[in-house]
Design a protein around this ligand. Structure first.
Ligand SMILES: C[S@@+](CC[C@H](N)C(=O)[O-])C[C@H]1O[C@@H](n2cnc3c(N)ncnc32)[C@H](O)[C@@H]1O
Length: 400
């Protein structure tokens, strides 16, 4: 009941968002900020993946590099960023000198304390890791998803053998890189026993962090999860028991790490303003939410010097909901900073119902958080996928 009510409240707050295709608002910096770079290319598409991506094409990649460098110049962002993440798509479709060129452009006006990048293990080697280290990356996130060739082949993805993943982790840590491994539960035809076996095997390889994503039905994915929300939760909890035996502790709803540090771009994006570069990249700053156009329009805008994107005015309560989401994400029972009365009341109801005890989430609260975080991610108004959120979509389409 409370889960339903809170889902309804959060979803309603997003659904008020209306985007317009228009000039990108000028940079506004209030306090600390992050930087996100989107690399949209993949060598093949995984059927479970809802993120914005395009099949790799050499010519488009060249154009993309010129366009993103120009976008960074045009945006005129200056100062000290708390984090920089490169996500995708598949960021390691770019060669080391290409990544370096983009990062050098960032560094002309922006200093960054931590730099992280998502990597596809099947195309990763030691030389590439050395290159990342030389550029100044400090964290890597490796998308393993599953160690089962059968499971991954159902989703059109090539498996990477455990031995190779072990070598990647070892080499990266030797270089001083901090390593996260992504695994998924609920993939089409994935057997829970095989998932739990993966958890054991990956824990033995000793990455600094393991993230378990429940398979989320975002947008119009053609494939269905093999497990319900509840069953995904049950197996994440069993995985937690296994990881605890290997020295991991829970840092967030789906995050397990050794030590205090975490790699989690979505968590960082909940509390700070951030500026996204590249096709389909998101930004949140000042009073705005901005979503860049998809690759073809992004490249065309670069040719015609049009600085347009999908722009929405942030709803008044949206930052408060972000703070609430961050509290849940961290499994805490108090919110950092001021929020509106509605949300404060809501937190006290969670306490009364036993979801929050001694300022942390109880077992019941963790289950609630799993469900609500999943629903929120599944219903976020991504305007490129839900075009009814874009008021003047025809105008955007004219560029296609
Ligand atoms: C942008 S994606 C993939 C990055 C890179 N292309 C790769 O394949 O390794 C980052 C992570 O999101 C997670 N992910 C992808 N699709 C998902 C879905 N439908 N539900 C939940 N998590 C998902 C995966 O764990 C993946 O590693």
């Amino acid at each position: 009941m409370i889960t339903e009510k809170s889902k309804e409240m959060m979803v309603k707050s997003f659904q008020k968002t209306v985007y317009r295709y228009e000039k990108v608002p000028d940079v506004v910096i209030k306090g600390s900020f992050g930087v996100y770079l989107h690399v949209p290319f993949c060598f093949s598409k995984c059927s479970f993946c809802p993120f914005y991506k395009e099949i790799y094409n050499e010519k488009k990649k060249e154009q993309y590099i010129s366009a993103i460098i120009k976008e960074i110049e045009d945006r005129g962002l200056k100062g000290e960023a708390t984090w920089l993440y490169i996500g995708g798509g598949t960021p390691n479709t770019l060669k080391i000198p290409e990544l370096k060129k983009i990062i050098n452009k960032i560094h002309e006006n922006i200093t960054v304390s931590t730099m992280g990048i998502e990597l596809l293990p099947s195309i990763l080697d030691e030389k590439y890791l050395e290159g990342l280290h030389d550029i100044g990356f400090t964290k890597i996130s490796v998308g393993v998803e599953s160690l089962s060739a059968v499971t991954l082949s159902k989703s059109g993805r090539t498996v990477t053998k455990k031995e190779k993943i072990g070598k990647i982790i070892e080499k990266a840590q030797e270089l001083g890189l901090w390593v996260n491994v992504d695994l998924m539960i609920g993939l089409p035809e994935q057997r829970p026993s095989s998932f739990l076996h993966d958890i054991e095997q990956i824990s033995l390889l000793n990455p600094n962090q393991i993230t378990i994503y429940p398979f989320m039905q975002i947008g119009e994915l053609a494939v269905q999860p093999s497990l319900s929300d509840e069953d995904q939760f049950v197996f994440i909890e069993q995985a937690n028991e296994i990881m605890m035996k290997h020295g991991y502790s829970r840092k967030g709803i789906w995050i397990f790490a050794k030590g205090e540090e975490v790699y989690d771009s979505s968590r960082d994006e909940l509390v700070e303003d951030y500026f996204g570069f590249g096709p389909a990249a998101f930004s949140t700053y000042g009073s705005w939410k901005v979503v860049n156009p998809e690759l073809d329009i992004y490249l065309q805008n670069f040719e015609t010097n049009k600085k347009k994107a999908l722009v929405a005015l942030k709803d008044k309560s949206s930052d408060d909901w972000r703070k609430f989401a961050r509290m849940l994400y961290d499994l805490k029972g108090t919110i950092d900073g001021e929020v509106n009365c509605g949300i404060k009341f809501f937190v006290s109801v969670l306490k009364l119902m036993g979801y929050i005890k001694n300022n942390t989430m109880s077992k019941k609260g963790i289950m609630f958080t799993h469900k609500i975080t999943k629903t929120v991610v599944e219903t976020l108004p991504y305007p490129l996928q839900n075009t009814h959120y874009v008021e003047n979509y025809e105008e955007y389409l004219e560029n296609k």
